[in-house]
Design a protein around this ligand. Structure first.
Ligand code: PMP
Length: 361
């Protein structure tokens, strides 16, 4: 499998660990006593229950999620959580604080506004989202039902280094950095993430929700948008995305084997520092965000001209490194370095950057 495999810097769906892909290939023929592959099993079978509960329980252990939180495995992506979170959590106060640090937080605000009053606690839009606001810049409403933030901004390449202190419970879109560092759960009400970057394939969304907040849910929620139903039914009210959940379980097993959360955090720091060091040493490449706000997941930078950027992307592709093109809204180069990205892959990119600069700088 290795010989023709590219180094895939995709922002998501993203590269998966090779041992996981190999396991999927092995497991796909009919397995065990069921005589059916995992894709063909009933979601009510005991075999599937083991896969489903195993993935959920391992995630709880790896991320040290307290028992006072539900872990739900849902569909609809992080985008559906932009609606589900306010529909349940705004409760009777019907007002929430949002920090706007990029395209995805803006979308979260737009959805929340359909369900209540949204106060913008801070926004760095006027600075093209090049940084995360400092905690003393946050204008917080002490009576807000929650404070929403995007922990890692996939498009522009910024990340909250620490989570702010607030009276209101934190709600975070962790789509692009979940399972890459510890979470101070005592300050959190809810965290959600699509799996397709750090956790597995597209199709399953992880929701971690403080149980006591379920009391805020209004009674007239549509069944499928009601966290209480999904919690009661162990995320099996209807048919769950069984195959993505099975692969999620394999990815979590792989994370465990590699040393767990601490190892993921250390490796993420090491991988991103290889590239940031290159940017800092060079006057050819230019990082696009403020150093204090740099993401360890998505490293974004520019070359002196758009023509050179196109040439660089072509040279990378020739060398087997793909999906480095920046998001269409910002351009430039973006290297996404999620948990399954190898250090060797990043070193290859850093090597290309050095060569390309020598030839064109
Ligand atoms: N939030 C963030 C931070 C993202 O990066 C993305 C996807 N790139 C989304 C939300 C949207 O996720 P989904 O496609 O799973 O709805």
């Amino acid at each position: 499998m290795t010989s023709d495999r590219v180094v895939n810097f995709s922002p998501g769906p993203a590269t998966l660990p090779e041992p996981v892909l190999a396991r999927v290939r092995e497991d796909l023929p009919p397995r065990g006593e069921t005589g059916a592959s995992v894709m063909e099993m009933s979601h009510r079978s005991s075999e599937y229950a083991e896969i489903h509960d195993g993935a959920r329980d391992r995630l709880r252990r790896l991320l040290e999620i307290p028992e006072s939180f539900e872990i739900l495995l849902l569909q609809g992506g992080a985008s559906l959580q932009f609606s589900m979170a306010p529909m349940t959590l705004m409760g009777t106060r019907r007002s929430a604080d949002y920090v706007v640090t990029g395209r995805w937080s803006r979308k979260a605000v737009a959805e929340a506004r359909k369900h209540g009053a949204v106060r913008i606690a801070a926004s760095t839009e006027h600075e093209e989202f090049r940084r995360i606001p400092d905690s003393d810049e946050l204008d917080l409403d002490p009576t807000a039902s929650y404070l929403h933030l995007t922990s890692n901004n996939t498009v522009v390449g910024t990340q909250w280094r620490g989570f702010p202190e607030a009276r209101a419970p934190l709600v975070a879109d962790m789509s692009s950095d979940i399972l890459s560092r510890p979470v101070p759960w005592d300050r959190f009400g809810l965290a959600y993430a699509g799996a397709q970057k750090n956790l597995g394939p597209a199709g399953v969304t992880v929701v971690v929700l403080r149980k006591e907040l379920l009391d805020r849910a209004p009674d007239d929620l549509p069944t499928m948008l009601d966290y209480r139903i999904h919690a009661e039914k162990d995320s099996r009210y209807n048919t769950p995305p069984t195959f993505p959940i099975y692969v999620l379980g394999l990815v979590l097993e792989w994370v465990d084997d590699r040393g767990g959360l601490e190892a993921m955090e250390r490796r993420a720091r090491q991988r991103s520092e290889i590239l940031y060091q290159r940017l800092d040493e060079s006057d050819f490449y230019r990082g696009t965000v403020e150093p204090g706000s740099r993401s360890r997941m998505n490293v974004t930078f520019r070359l002196p001209s758009q023509e050179l950027e196109e040439e660089f992307l072509a040279a990378a592709e020739d060398a087997g490194m793909v999906n480095l093109k920046g998001h269409r809204s910002v351009g430039g180069i973006r290297a996404s370095l999620y948990n399954a990205m190898s250090r060797e892959g990043v070193e290859r990119l850093a090597g290309l950057m050095e060569e390309f600069q020598a030839d064109h700088g």
